[in-house]
Design a binder for this molecule. Structure first.
Ligand code: PMT
Length: 401
């Protein structure tokens, strides 16, 4: 996701410096070229050698060092960066930045760069809550810096509260988002994901193996492209993607209600959820006791949410369905596309290895209403999601919205 991007990681002196090593590793793994700059205090916690080895680049640490300035000057560093990430950012660094002080390698770069700056604070909870720190943060936010707030929990100083450096995975995701072109900015998007559960007693239900991975990937990639995303999710073990509003539901009826309430305001809706077509006609109030007799459960049909969306589609809205099939993939998918009044359908062959339920990968064919069809190879669900949003963007651009 960060291939070809240059990230300047500024590290200031706090106990969370050791977590910055993991951050370098994550950035490098995503293809970024990383240049690390450390304050003098940061070097007391972890040696520059660690960051040099992980980034494969000389660590900037002394403004007056002939050696590092001759290899790449601090002004070149400032120019080179596509993104500056400050992690951990101490209260002292925030104060210097808010005041425009440039008295070392890092703060000099911060005044000289025109790249976006992401600030990831980490400090003692009282320092974090101090009105001066909060005022400095507001100043930095007003200047356009992105703040990745600290987590809450046990702190190294034996206190509890806000002040832990945000999770490195969240910092990585924020960095990817800053560097992703905002091609869905201003768009409201609704994605459904996961299975539904249809209970026939308090402990037993009818469901399917959907993990939510495909729908969560769609929500995540849309948020990266700066859309306002609402994710209506059936039961799933996955955490909500950063920056996505999640509405959790259990049954098909609840999912339908949650979606139809907000559907008319959406620029695009993607129904990835594996909605149960049937639900038990009755739900026992208590657990049904085991007996040697056969047990029959009468099922009644659930409403077709996508069908209702298609019937009431406002002009310009892009409606995308999925078709999970085990036979006649393209034909069944095309039938659903026409019957449910969709703009796009994603045909998902459940028989392929690594495709469909539960896997991190998927193999789909995207079929447009106009008849255009593209079969994608096996790829990660995030990559599939990117292809789907590319198509939706094309429909927006073609005057669909
Ligand atoms: O969650 P994962 O583990 O990542 O798995 C992903 C997936 C296999 C669930 C996903 O890729 C997928 O194929 N989702 C569609 C599952 C499905 O219910 O397909 P369907 O062919 O039965 O339904 C067609 C469309 O109608 C779907 O968009 C579905 O959301 C919608 N539908 C179905 C029934 C119903 N009562 N209401 C609906 O809106």
């Amino acid at each position: 996701m960060l291939k070809g991007k240059s990230i300047l990681l500024g590290i200031s002196g706090g106990i969370a410096v050791y977590k910055a090593a993991e951050l370098v590793r994550l950035f490098v793994k995503e293809g970024a070229s990383v240049h690390v700059v450390m304050t003098a205090n940061a070097q007391r916690f972890v040696t520059p050698l660690t960051f040099q080895a992980l980034s494969n680049n000389v660590v900037g640490r002394d403004l007056f060092s002939m050696q590092s300035e001759s290899r790449i000057s601090h002004i070149q560093m400032a120019r080179l960066a596509d993104l500056v990430v400050l992690a951990p950012a101490t209260a002292n660094l925030l104060a210097k930045m808010a005041a425009g002080i440039a008295d070392d390698y890092l703060t000099t770069i911060l005044l000289a760069t025109t790249a976006p700056v992401m600030v990831c604070p980490a400090m003692n909870v009282k320092m974090w809550e101090h009105p001066v720190t909060q005022r400095n943060l507001r100043t930095l936010a007003e200047l356009g810096h992105r703040i990745v707030p600290p987590g809450v929990g046990a702190l190294a100083c034996q206190e509890e509260g806000a002040g832990r450096l945000a999770d490195t995975a969240d910092i990585l995701e924020s960095a990817i988002r800053v560097l992703t072109p905002p091609t869905l900015a201003g768009r409201s998007i609704l994605v459904s994901a996961g299975p539904t559960r249809e209970h026939f007693d308090p402990v037993r239900f009818l469901s399917n193996p959907s993990s939510g991975k495909m729908g969560y990937a769609l929500a995540k990639i849309a948020a990266r492209r700066s859309a306002r995303v609402c994710l209506v999710s059936g039961p799933s073990a996955l955490p909500a993607p950063a920056g996505v509003e999640r509405i959790c539901v259990t049954t098909a009826l609840q999912m339908g209600e949650a979606i139809l309430e907000i559907s008319s305001k959406q620029d695009a809706i993607v129904m990835t959820a594996a909605v149960s077509d049937y639900r038990p006609a009755q739900r026992a109030a208590r657990k049904i006791k085991k007996s040697p007799e056969a047990l029959s459960v009468l099922l009644e049909p659930n409403p077709d949410i996508l069908g209702s969306l298609g019937a009431a589609k406002p002009p310009g809205q892009v409606l995308v369905g999925f078709a999970a099939e085990t036979e006649n993939l393209a034909q069944n998918a095309r039938d659903k596309l026409m019957r449910k009044n969709l703009d796009l359908i994603v045909a998902n062959d459940l028989t392929g290895e690594g495709a469909g339920f539960g896997s991190d990968t998927n193999e789909v064919t995207i079929i447009e209403r106009g008849g255009e069809e593209s079969a994608l190879f096996l790829m990660t669900k995030e990559e599939v999601a990117s292809h789907i949003w590319d198509r939706v963007e094309r429909l927006f651009a073609g005057g669909k919205n």
